[in-house]
Design a protein around this ligand. Structure first.
Ligand code: AMP
Length: 122
């Protein structure tokens, strides 16, 4: 499948420095920042700096260095914020059924309170 990346999305603007963000950590290939509308006491978004639309795009086409850097960054955030003890949740929404609002791949890290069951039985 060919992925069409729209570089007008808000995370692309953050990566270009056009709008501010609350940075948690940054590496060569990855940026993590606090969600602007947190749904838990800890709500961090981790994004690759490359132009990837969604999880399968990133996982299929990112370089080994980008993939490794992204996942090691997630692990470091979990360790640095001390999230192992009480646990946390990672979520990657994709497409319309996944209710993805921003078409630049991002992993949500949510923690700091009991998060309930994974899905509503809607
Ligand atoms: P998703 O529905 O998975 O695409 O989630 C997009 C997330 O981006 C939501 O949780 C928003 O609150 C968050 N968001 C949107 N704009 C910003 C922004 N400027 N800075 C930080 N987070 C944002």
């Amino acid at each position: 499948m060919a992925y069409a990346y729209d570089d007008h999305n808000i995370f692309a603007k953050i990566l270009r420095g056009e709008i501010p963000n609350s940075t948690v950590t940054e590496t060569e290939h990855t940026l993590a920042f606090n969600d602007i509308a947190p749904q838990a006491p800890t709500h961090v978004l981790v994004i690759p700096k490359g132009a990837y639309v969604c999880a399968d795009h990133f996982m299929a086409e990112a370089s080994d260095a980008e993939l490794l850097d992204f996942h090691r960054t997630v692990a470091r955030i979990v360790a640095d914020l001390g999230l192992q003890a009480d646990g946390y949740r990672t979520i990657a929404n994709a497409g319309s059924h996944g209710v993805q609002e921003v078409p630049h791949y991002h992993l949500h890290i949510l923690a700091g309170r009991p998060l309930g069951r994974m899905l509503d039985k809607a």
